[in-house]
Design a protein around this ligand. Structure first.
Ligand code: ADP
Length: 332
């Protein structure tokens, strides 16, 4: 008997300013097809400038369905759900190279659906990261909303989420991951984001950062009850130093950049959450990259500014919220 062709995997894309994110389904446990076994989600990302590699991956993984006819393998005319600005910009490229049409899904809608999906369906997807310890956060449907969602990508979007598909984009900042990584490339010569994170791990930000003690002297600080190690000015020590850029270690520059941007974004998030009276702040976006000290610094800053009244919560697959949301929209 002729066998039924297996149902094609689902694929959704989020084509952002820096990265292309893919979320797709793969059947597991049942030997392919949708009979037996379930489907699992898989994740992949490409730098936006490597669009061709992304096309090759999609083809190689069989994510674009060819019709099984023996009379040549013409591609089926299929539609892929896609979000992010690049979904508009690259529509033609996808049509030409893969023969697929990109069905655009709103970016903020997608990010929120992706976050809500993770929070409501994946046990252990949400966790805190305080003092080097990771603890999963129990989310039940009646204690989830409202929350603040801070998506740190090339830029930063800050959303108030009050329910499934109910949200408002409150504000954002253009000083985000793109800014930090752009400066990192110029200042440290790093070639990749992971290399930048590794450099920062080995660096000391106090070589460049001005702390309260540097300004007041230790004695005055102690008298006035100021914490001596509080950051007064990121990169502030450079001004009074005779050093040139090449005199600084890339490791120290990376560490200073990461702490400057991370604390700044955390502080803005705290301020927005305070204005809105929200106690829980979820962080997403590829900026975080599961990096422990980034999460640690965000958690520390939120705890510090809120006097322990607010909690920073992180998500597994944090960089794929938009792509996940776009995948969810196949069900609409
Ligand atoms: P966008 O949708 O704007 O591309 P993302 O959520 O994908 O945003 O985050 C992009 C940011 O994440 C970059 O600006 C950088 O700070 C960081 N990042 C993480 N991984 C990478 C990577 N492999 N290449 C470049 N930037 C990365």
């Amino acid at each position: 008997l002729p066998r039924q062709p297996p149902s094609p995997p689902l694929l959704a894309l989020d084509i952002g300013g820096t990265l292309i994110k893919l979320v797709y389904t793969a059947s597991c446990g049942g030997g392919g097809g949708d009979a037996g076994g379930g489907a699992e989600l898989r994740f992949a990302k490409f730098e936006r400038r490597r669009l061709q590699e992304c096309f090759e991956f999609i083809r190689a993984q069989g994510l674009v369905r060819y019709n099984g006819s023996t009379m040549g393998s013409s591609k089926e005319n299929i539609t892929l759900k896609a979000t992010g600005g690049g979904a508009y910009k690259f529509t033609e490229d996808f049509r030409e190279k893969l023969g697929v049409f990109l069905d655009k899904v709103d970016e903020m809608d997608s990010v929120v659906s992706g976050a809500n999906f993770l929070l409501q369906n994946i046990p252990g997807a949400a966790f805190t990261h305080m003092n080097g310890k990771r603890n999963s956060v129990d989310i039940s449907p009646n204690n989830l909303f409202p929350y603040l969602l801070v998506n740190i990508g090339s830029g930063v979007s800050i959303l108030k989420v009050t329910g499934n598909r109910k949200f408002e984009r409150v504000t954002g900042t253009h000083i985000g991951g793109g800014t930090m990584f752009g400066l990192a490339k110029l200042l440290t010569g790093c070639k990749s984001y992971d290399e930048f994170l590794q450099l920062s791990q080995k660096g000391d930000n106090f070589v460049l950062d001005l702390i309260v003690k540097d300004i007041c002297g230790e004695l005055v600080c102690q008298k006035q009850g100021l914490s001596t190690s509080t950051l007064a000015s990121s990169f502030g020590k450079v001004i009074t130093s005779k050093k040139n850029l090449t005199d600084y270690r890339p490791e120290d520059l990376a560490s200073t950049l990461l702490s400057a941007f991370t604390y700044n974004i955390a502080q803005i998030s705290f301020l927005v959450a305070s204005i809105l009276g929200l106690k829980r702040v979820f962080f997403g976006g590829s900026y975080i990259r599961g990096h422990k000290s980034t999460m640690g610094n965000i958690s520390y800053a939120i705890d510090f500014w809120s006097q322990s009244q607010m909690q920073a919560v992180f998500l597994q697959h944090e960089g794929y919220l938009g792509a996940l949301g776009a995948l969810m929209s196949y069900g609409d």
